[in-house]
Write a protein that binds this ligand. Structure first.
Ligand SMILES: [Fe+2]
Ligand SMILES: [Fe+2]
Length: 135
């Protein structure tokens, strides 16, 4: 079963960022699938790593885009991203230390975080950019 399905309510009206958000959904769905199928620690660890790496990449791309266009909410956006990275890296450490439940906590945490962050903060910059005619 799919954990998250992208729809227009997640659109930030920017093609590249929408694409990256869709990719994050897919990676999270992959983690969910690997867990549902009872995949072993090594597979979970790889999927986990891929998700964390892509999250870093996405945040860097998003922050660079907002900086380029002098988005006034950039520091708030950066603060939220930093918080997420810190929490996920904590969960990842727990997982690496043998706590399998940490992968479930991460999945649920990311699911809720992504929904709230994209539909909240990210959509705010989407309005700002689209008012400037940047898509
Ligand atoms: Fe963001
Ligand atoms: Fe984002």
């Amino acid at each position: 079963m799919t954990l998250m399905t992208w729809n227009d309510s997640f659109s930030v009206q920017n093609i590249e960022m929408d694409q990256q958000h869709k990719q994050l959904f897919e990676l999270l769905n992959n983690l969910h699938a690997a867990m549902s199928q009872g995949k072993g620690r090594e597979t979970l660890s790889d999927v986990f790593d891929g998700l964390v790496k892509y999250t870093h990449l996405h945040f860097a791309a998003e922050e660079a885009l907002l900086k380029k266009h002098n988005y006034p909410g950039l520091s708030e956006e950066e603060r939220e991203h930093k918080e997420l990275v810190a929490q996920v890296s904590d969960l990842q450490k727990q997982f690496q230390a043998g706590d399998f439940g940490a992968s479930m906590k991460t999945r649920d945490f990311l699911k809720h975080w992504l929904i709230e962050h994209i539909q909240g903060s990210d959509r705010k910059y989407g309005v700002f950019l689209s008012q400037k005619g940047i898509h």
